[in-house]
Design a protein around this ligand. Structure first.
Ligand code: AKG
Ligand code: FE2
Length: 734
């Protein structure tokens, strides 16, 4: 189906160009006096790796300092980009322009792993500054409300396109000027098994997500830059066969302001800046199908209705690689007839608000640095630092203490909601409840693949009300933690198969022995330098960990539970590491195991603040639980547990980590999870690291002399014999 060339649609999709290499194909000026369809691409200077294209009502305020050295973009190849195999291979007969553009294009692809500095070489200085730019796609996604596509080129919301990313690998006929962009619509390509590049093997259909969204916007006049048209053309496919692709023509809505990427000092004509009505592209009616098509090619008119037998007949006379757009088509400008629209491209900085804590979801999004326009993610718990290494901009919105009553009501509501939900525990799991000193122990024996033999226990320990609210109790611990600088940061997530760097959704910080965990926690603070609430947590979890081991061992004996030999040890190895995770609203930790080879079999965590749901699922291929999904990566959980403020959760038995994954989804605005482990120094091959784990994991003497007894809910000093309900009473006087 050919697009109607008469449609003129206004769009407000911000156009984002990964302009490390913004287009190159049509680089050679037409011969003769007309030079305007030159410029664009090869002259678009692209000062930054990824930037938001200028739209007329954006003010480019302030001077921009560009990074001297730009890292090469870490963007996945866009779906709309052409592949190497689409590049023509043989020498061309026709125009210099095309021949050169092909050479350039091949170069472009070959350059795909070159440094941005090379890619930008020989491009002239731009007229203005980009509204927004970033080194990483993830930063664009985090900072810009109008571009949140982690893969693919078009960001849509409720089926309406909001932003489009055009990357450095361009199509054979792609065209970029100050006012017009012609490019293909992404989607429908597959990876060539040999070259690993994305190739087009067949005609692009109408069912692609991007096509549907852009077509919808075209028909409904949703504001954007402007989609002036969508139509189909033929290009060469993976085996040089002609394949049909959808092309799109984007025009700026307002033509009276200069685009930032226009080369400095060139005339309006050279930059391709034309008014409405100055040029017009002839349309002709097809004698076969009666539909109208514009004369878009320099080589002559062809019917652009792909359902017509005369569609793209030009291809019979010319190699389709040699088709070039006509000057009239490239210079014609379309009047915008859509509604007024808000063209705000610069989101405002989050500010302090009396009704917010500062950990609500809006505080986790990225910012657009007002100094250098770099899209910057919220990496640090305390605030935003510009991600441009050359910019010193910081934006701090201090987190307020979370009100205890609000936090409590979050917990209560969650408990009520969960009490009505069934099927949280798979039938193969043995469950026992015991009470010790008022604390509720719930122990779950996780089965091996035979469904009968236990291989580990999950114990949830729920404190008494008094243990939460008494002076020096768990509520106080939570408030104290919020006053400490825990050096929490979001760190690069290890995402198998994902080439785009993403940060973890939660913030983390490590104390004691260094620990590598799904994410790389590079730094650690020794227990000697750790703040008091971290060490108090260590004492509490040490009791919890030991109590869970004892309870498990007693239950095995008392109830005659069948256990895999040595899978649930009765010994407890003292923790020497604590990982603190901080969760804002909507943060979570996705499925993982804590099965690093350096770790002991016992892992205990304390939940503080908002409630959460922790789920255990069998790993792929393990004959456990519901086996209908046995070969799926994401499997149905066999255990789903509510973790409330003050709950401890102990995993005991290293086989748990081999057979199961766990994930935690907090439901609220602010949560901490503090998890202690035993990192076995002798298993660390590197001498320096081994030494570090011993030194950093050493508990300072005055803390090592104190023990928490959860049954009595009190701290005791083995040196002075003092007993108190608050650890401060002992440490302070010790
Ligand atoms: O947030 C939690 O409760 C769980 C944390 C966790 O799984 C971990 O630190 O490994
Ligand atoms: Fe974990």
């Amino acid at each position: 189906m050919a697009g109607s060339l008469d449609n003129t649609i206004a769009q407000a999709i911000p156009l984002i160009t990964d302009d490390t290499n913004l287009g190159d194909p049509i680089t050679e000026p037409n011969q003769g006096p007309v030079v305007d369809h030159t410029p664009v691409v090869d002259t678009i200077p692209a000062p930054n790796p990824i930037s938001v294209a200028d739209t007329p009502n954006i003010a480019h305020g302030g001077m921009v300092k560009y990074p001297a050295k730009r890292k090469y973009k870490e963007i996945e190849e866009e779906e709309h980009a052409p592949s190497v195999s689409q590049m023509p291979g043989s020498q061309q007969v026709r125009p210099r322009r095309v021949t050169r553009s092909r050479a350039k294009l091949v170069e472009t692809v070959a350059d795909a792993h070159a440094s941005p500095a090379d890619v930008h070489a020989n491009k002239p200085e731009p007229y203005g500054q980009p509204v927004a730019w970033a080194d990483k796609r993830a930063a664009l996604n985090d900072a810009l409300p109008y571009f949140k596509a982690h893969q693919g080129s078009v960001h849509t919301k409720d089926l309406v396109p909001k932003g489009m990313l055009i990357d450095c690998i361009v199509g054979i006929r792609d065209y970029f000027s100050s006012q017009v962009i012609v490019t293909s619509i992404g989607g429908g390509r597959v990876q060539d098994p040999i070259t690993k590049t994305m190739v087009r093997t067949e005609d692009q259909g109408e069912d692609g997500k991007n096509f549907k969204a852009l077509k919808y916007a075209l028909e409904n006049k949703h504001p954007f830059v402007m989609i002036a048209d969508i139509w189909q053309e033929k290009i060469k496919g993976d085996k040089e066969q002609p394949v049909v692709v959808y092309m799109i023509r984007l025009e700026k809505v307002r033509l009276d302001t200069k685009s930032w990427w226009t080369p400095k000092g060139v005339s309006a004509h050279e930059a391709g800046e034309f008014g409405i009505g100055t040029y017009s592209c002839a349309s002709h009616t097809c004698t076969t199908c009666q539909s109208q098509s514009k004369e878009i090619f320099e080589q002559g008119w062809t019917c652009l209705n792909s359902e017509c037998s005369k569609y793209f007949e030009l291809a019979a006379c010319f190699d389709i690689d040699h088709l070039t757009y006509s000057d009239a088509f490239l210079r014609e400008r379309t009047a915008y007839t859509g509604p007024e629209f808000d063209d705000e491209r610069v989101p405002s900085l989050p500010s302090e608000d009396n009704n917010s804590i500062g950990s609500e979801k809006e505080y986790k999004q990225g910012i657009l640095c007002p100094k250098c326009h770099c899209c910057s993610r919220r990496i640090k718990w305390d605030g935003w630092c510009c991600e441009n290494a050359e910019c010193d901009f910081k934006h701090i919105v201090p987190l307020k203490q979370t009100p205890l009553d609000g936090m409590r009501s979050e917990n209560q509501k969650m408990e009520q909601r969960r009490s009505s939900s069934a099927n949280d525990v798979h039938e193969s799991i043995i469950v026992h409840e015991t009470i010790a000193g008022g604390q509720e122990f719930k122990t779950f024996f996780l089965p091996d693949e035979d469904g009968k033999t236990a291989i580990g226990t999950i114990t949830r320990i729920r404190p008494t009300e008094a243990a939460l609210s008494r002076r020096g109790g768990i509520d106080d611990l939570y408030l104290q933690l919020q006053r400490e600088d825990l050096k929490l940061e979001r760190r690069p997530a290890k995402n198998a198969g994902c080439r785009v760097e993403e940060l973890t959704s939660h913030f983390s910080g490590n104390f004691g022995a260094p620990y590598k965990f799904g994410v790389v926690v590079k730094t650690t603070t020794s227990f000697g330098d750790a703040p008091a609430p971290i060490l108090e947590t260590l004492l509490r979890l040490t009791w919890g960990g030991k109590a869970a081991v004892e309870t498990s061992v007693n239950l095995i004996q008392d109830k005659g539970i069948k256990v895999l030999e040595n899978a649930i040890p009765s010994e407890f190895e003292q923790y020497n590491e604590q990982l603190v995770l901080g969760y804002f609203e909507n943060s979570k930790i996705s499925a993982h195991d804590d099965g690093e080879k350096e770790l002991g079999p016992n892992v205990a965590s304390l939940s503080l603040g908002s409630p959460s749901v922790m789920k255990f699922s069998p790993k792929k291929g393990k004959n456990i639980g519901d086996t209908k999904d046995i070969n799926k990566k994401k499997r149905k959980p066999v255990l789903s547990l509510l973790l409330k403020h003050g709950d401890m959760l102990v995993m005991h038995g290293e086989r748990i980590q081999k057979l199961y994954l766990h994930a935690v989804d907090p439901c609220g605005k602010h949560r901490f999870a503090l998890t202690c482990r035993h990192v076995r120094p002798r298993t660390i091959p590197d001498e320096e690291q081994r030494e570090l784990s011993i030194v950093n994991g050493k508990i300072p003497n005055r803390w090592a002399a104190v023990r928490y007894d959860g049954r009595e809910d009190r701290f005791e000093s083995s040196v002075t014999g003092e007993v108190a309900t608050s650890v401060g009473a002992i440490i302070g006087s010790g």
